[in-house]
Design a protein around this ligand. Structure first.
Ligand SMILES: Cc1cc2nc3c(=O)[nH]c(=O)nc-3n(C[C@H](O)[C@H](O)[C@H](O)COP(=O)(O)OP(=O)(O)OC[C@H]3O[C@@H](n4cnc5c(N)ncnc54)[C@H](O)[C@@H]3O)c2cc1C
Length: 296
């Protein structure tokens, strides 16, 4: 039972997750809450029975939601927790629903450098914190000074990077604890140089990735001293298809939904790639994408 006493956000029932993921797959979420702002979200969480599972959603660009959907409430932060402002001493405060591209552009416009790599990551600040998203040598937590987190009881506290176990595309945090706000620490620089760097990064990305197709970016983490894409290509898997899921011809670490893929097609293809790469190259590829929800 979901409680909503004097909250001002929107509670949706039976939302199709395929509409919220970049892979365009995923079953029904029992509930989805669209908070009107951070204070409203805190109030909503405090009202919910501890037994109700919460799942936090950003832009769904790193999510494989299974066909049976998600039980409990999906907290949809995108463009809901959207405050961003400059603080003193080259710092920027960003709520987690702000898209990474906006963060990169805002910092550049302020003459603050160091966040350019975020420009091409098609997720939110919250997703970037959860994944330690990175590109072209930059990683999210390199520019984080502190974060505000909330627990299942609805209590918000500030934490430092040293409170988390942070590594390549991985951030270990307490169970049932989620990010609300990040305070970024950047360096002073030139707006035009930062903007040019963003433009160059985006051009490079567009040349190498199928950015206009339904994908989830890199499916697998790169193994130490190697590239998942190289191993997949060497295994002859470019173009390999299961149902509507196909290994991209442009970038072998991307799986494209060619139109009618189910989450099960994608999950089966992921397992197939893992088996093939392990058999041929002895490398056990780890997934970067988050698999959530229940199978049909
Ligand atoms: C074309 C394409 C290119 C990509 N390129 C890159 C790249 O260069 N580098 C890279 O690192 N990634 C890349 N990705 C993957 C993806 O964009 C990143 O992982 C991104 O950070 C995910 O953010 P999101 O808001 O979409 O998160 P979602 O996919 O919505 O969620 C991902 C995980 O974060 C959790 N989460 C979301 N918000 C919060 C929160 N506030 N608190 C706690 N947990 C939260 C979710 O529960 C989930 O476990 C790419 C994806 C695509 C489709």
């Amino acid at each position: 039972m979901i409680t909503q006493h004097k909250t001002t956000g929107t509670l949706l029932v039976n939302e199709k997750m395929a509409n919220y993921t970049s892979w365009r797959v995923g079953g029904i979420a029992d509930y989805m809450y669209l908070p009107s702002n951070k204070a409203d979200l805190i109030q909503f969480i405090q009202q919910q029975d501890a037994a109700v599972p919460l799942f936090w959603l950003g832009l769904g660009s790193n999510l494989l939601v299974r066909d049976g959907g998600i039980r409990g409430v999906v907290i949809n932060t995108r463009n809901r927790l959207k405050e961003m402002c400059r603080l003193e001493d080259d710092r920027v405060s960003v709520e987690v629903g702000v898209p990474c591209a906006l963060v990169a552009r805002f910092c550049a416009s302020q003459g603050l450098v160091g966040a350019e790599f975020l420009a091409g990551i098609p997720g939110t600040m919250g997703g970037a914190l959860a994944m330690n998203a990175g590109a072209f040598g930059g990683e999210t937590w390199q520019i984080v000074e502190c974060v505000e987190v909330i627990n299942r009881a609805g209590v918000a506290v500030n934490k430092l990077p040293s409170d988390f176990e942070i590594s390549y595309r991985s951030v270990k945090r307490a169970e049932n604890e989620w990010f609300l706000t990040a305070r970024l620490k950047l360096k002073q620089g030139q707006t035009t140089e930062s903007q040019q760097q963003i433009k160059a990064l985006l051009e490079k990305r567009n040349l190498t990735q199928p950015y206009n197709l339904p994908t989830c970016g890199s499916v697998f983490k790169n193994p130490p001293n190697d590239y998942a894409a190289r191993l997949i290509e060497l295994s002859g898997l470019k173009g390999y298809t299961i149902g509507g899921a196909c290994v991209s011809e442009k970038h072998a670490n991307f799986i494209v939904n060619t139109g009618q893929a189910t989450a099960a097609d994608i999950e089966t293809l992921i397992a197939y790639i893992q088996t093939q790469v392990e058999t041929r190259h002895g490398v056990c590829l780890q997934t970067e994408v988050c698999k959530v929800g229940v199978a049909c």
